[in-house]
Design a protein around this ligand. Sequence first.
Ligand SMILES: Cc1ncc(C[n+]2csc(CCO)c2C)c(N)n1
Length: 243
Amino acid sequence: MSTTTDLSFADVSVDRAYPVPPFAQSCVDAARESWGASFDHPFVHALAAGTLEAERFRFYQMQDARYLEAFSDAAALISTRCPDPDDKLWFIDAARMALVVEGELHAGYGEQLGYDASEIAALTLTPNNRAYQDHMISTAQRGSLVEAVAALTPCPWLYIELGQRMEAEMGAIPDDHPYADWLAMYRDPEFNDYMANLLERLQRFADAADEAARERAKTAFQASIRYEWMFWQQAWTQQAWPV
Ligand SMILES: Cc1ncc(C[n+]2csc(CCO)c2C)c(N)n1
C-alpha cells in the first residue's frame, strides 16, 4: 500500500466522463485555488493511504451524517422552486439519495466504529459544519435558483472528482484497506450520470438568470468549495467551539 508521502491528488488529471458546460467550468476556474486545496489536505492523504486514525475518521463520519441531512434538505428546498416537473423530480431524488445511499455507508461504519443514530442526532455540530450547512440552506431559501444550485454543486462534484483521482493514482483498492467502502463509494461510475444531470441544470438555470445572479452563484460555489476544505479540516483537528 502507498504511504501518505507519495500520494498526491492535486496534480492528477482525470478525463471527466460527464460534460462540463461553460458555466460550471467558469465556477471551477474562479475557485481554482480553493478547489485544488482539498486534494492536498492531510486528512485526504491519510484517508487514501489508510493511515488515518479511526478516531478522526469516526469524527468525520458522525459530522458528515448530519451534513448529509442538510444537503438533503437543501435539495428538497430547491425542488420546490423548480418550475419544471422533471427538475423537481431530479432534486427530490437527489434529496432522497443523499440520505439513502450515503446513509448505508454511514450505517456500516457506525456499526464498525461504534456510533448509532441517537448519537448522531445528539451531536454538537462543529463551527465549520454548521457554517457550511447554513450556507446551503440559506442560498436554497433566499438565493436565486442558479445560486442555490451553485452552492450545492461542489459537494458531489469534489467527492466524485476525488474518487476518480484516487482511482487513477492508487488503482484497485487493497482488500485490507480500512476505508475501502468509502473509497469504493466515490469512484462509482454511476455518479457520472448524476454529475451530468446536475451540471446541465446548473447551466440551464444560469442561462435563465441575469449577470448579477450568475456572479452571486459563482461566489456561492466558491464558498462551498472553501467549506469543503474546512470540512476535512474540522475532522482533522477534531474542531471544538472555543467557548
Ligand atoms: C462534506 C461532504 N461533502 C460532500 C459529500 C459527498 N456527497 C454528498 S451528497 C452527494 C451526492 C450523492 O448523494 C455526495 C457525493 C459528503 N458526503 N460530505
